[in-house]
Write a protein that binds this ligand. Sequence first.
Ligand code: ZN
Length: 119
Amino acid sequence: MGTFDDVMENARNAAQAAGKKIGETADITKLKLQAVSIRGDMKRIYESLGKDMYKMIKNGKLAKDGYEAETEKLDELSNQLSMTLKLIDKAKGSIKCPVCGQSCSHDSIYCKKCGSKLK
Ligand SMILES: [Zn+2]
């Protein structure tokens, strides 16, 4: 052993091992990105299913058995959201159309979207 050929052989093996390792790392990174993407797709579908379920519960098409707490919390958050949006409109000096919900300037008489009388 210790010949030039052995040294070259060892160097070649080391280079191949390093190359393989880099390739594996790239594969792992690719697979991790794929997993993140799949997780994102699943999350969107779960979210959509949840929204549909909530709508069905609100329409009485689905019993809220076992989902009372979630349904109540969503009702509460929905109320909080519309109050917050109203406060934003108020702070901006705008008023909401009682018919279509369009945000209009506080000095408007008619809704810019549907033409309903605002006051
Ligand atoms: Zn309107």
